[in-house]
Design a protein around this ligand. Structure first.
Ligand SMILES: [Zn+2]
Length: 74
């Protein structure tokens, strides 16, 4: 999982960086149209600011310790 926290504190996440880029782009167009970032700029931001997101850190204590990833949150 890749994840990114927008400056508006919206948490965005996706299975990989490419999908996250699509998520961020959609979020910016929906919630921050005034920023007007180009797709190239968004891609750069995602590449530099996204981070590896482990579900098990969020679901500590509720998943089997052997599982690398917890269940999907939705
Ligand atoms: Zn935002």
């Amino acid at each position: 999982m890749r994840a990114m926290l927008c400056s508006c504190h919206q948490h965005l996440e996706a299975p990989d960086e490419e999908a996250l880029y699509e998520e961020v782009l959609a979020h910016l167009r929906r919630d921050h149209p005034i920023i007007g970032m180009s797709e190239t700029q968004v891609r750069k931001v995602v590449a530099e600011h996204s981070y590896r997101y482990e579900c098990k850190e969020v679901y500590t204590g509720t998943v089997q310790p052997d599982e690398e990833f917890g269940p999907e949150p939705y």
